[in-house]
Design a binder for this molecule. Structure first.
Ligand code: HEM
Length: 214
């Protein structure tokens, strides 16, 4: 291969020039909710119940990052900007990172690792079990996110990573159930509609591919 074509194929592999700076900007932007919590914490701005504030904030950002991750493929197809696919690993891992913060806040700062207390709480608030299921399902996706795992698992990787739709559905159920007890369903309805639209898009895309193949 000539050196010109080697440079060209290396550029195709690494994507357009704007990818690296854009990734840095997105990375820093996605750290913003954590930075905000730290700044509020240091300045005593977390309200009367800081643990509840942190649990709610990290839970909501986990859901937001899950939705962003799910939206990448539809937006990529609609705009034709294929390089967007290169952001999916990062947004997915941020969703996992915030889920870890959310879960840790609950078991550590809220329940102090007191299993009996947690079991009692789950009995009272079963929505926690659904959140836990979503969290457990996220773990294999995070573990298999490195490029080497994508190569190693081949088609099985794609099948495994479709679990993100189930995770998002469980997350909506967790949110809905929690808020239903408080008669405050406005936000769960909005996020529910977003997840249904993204799921619907996926089903339509799948049906189209199937009929084209047929
Ligand atoms: C992918 C996993 C998860 C997602 C996306 C998620 C998302 C959320 C959301 C959106 C809220 C409501 C925030 C608000 O009020 O605005 C929430 C609340 C909550 N989550 Fe999760 N969650 C997840 C996993 C878990 C796990 C594993 C646990 C604990 C075992 C948990 C425990 C809680 C609790 C206790 C609350 C309510 C706090 C309160 O009553 O104020 N969540 N979660």
């Amino acid at each position: 291969m000539s050196s010109a074509s080697q440079i060209k194929s290396a550029r195709v592999a690494s994507g357009p020039r704007w990818i690296v700076p854009a990734k840095i900007v997105v990375f820093v932007a996605m750290l913003f909710p954590l930075a905000r919590l730290i700044v509020l914490g240091v300045n005593g701005g977390l309200g009367a119940n800081p643990i509840e504030f942190i649990t709610r904030s990290t839970g909501l950002w986990t859901l937001v990052y899950l939705c962003i991750t799910l939206a990448i493929t539809p937006v990529r197809r609609l705009t034709g900007v294929n390089a967007l696919a290169r952001f999916r690993r990062m947004t997915g891992l941020f969703a996992f990172f915030f889920a870890v913060l959310h879960f840790t806040t609950y078991i550590w700062f809220d329940k102090w690792f007191d299993v009996a207390e947690m079991v009692k709480d789950i009995g009272k608030r079963p929505f926690i079990t659904v959140g836990f299921a979503a969290f457990v399902l996220l773990i294999p996706l995070a573990i298999t996110s490195p490029k080497a795992m994508v190569r190693k698992l081949g088609r099985r990787w794609q099948t495994l990573h479709r679990a993100i739709y189930l995770i998002a559905t469980l997350a909506i159920l967790h949110f809905w159930w929690m808020k239903a007890g408080k008669n405050d369903l406005e936000l769960p309805k909005i996020y529910g509609a977003v997840v249904i639209a993204l799921l619907g898009w996926r089903v339509i895309a799948w049906l189209r591919t199937r009929s084209k193949r047929a």
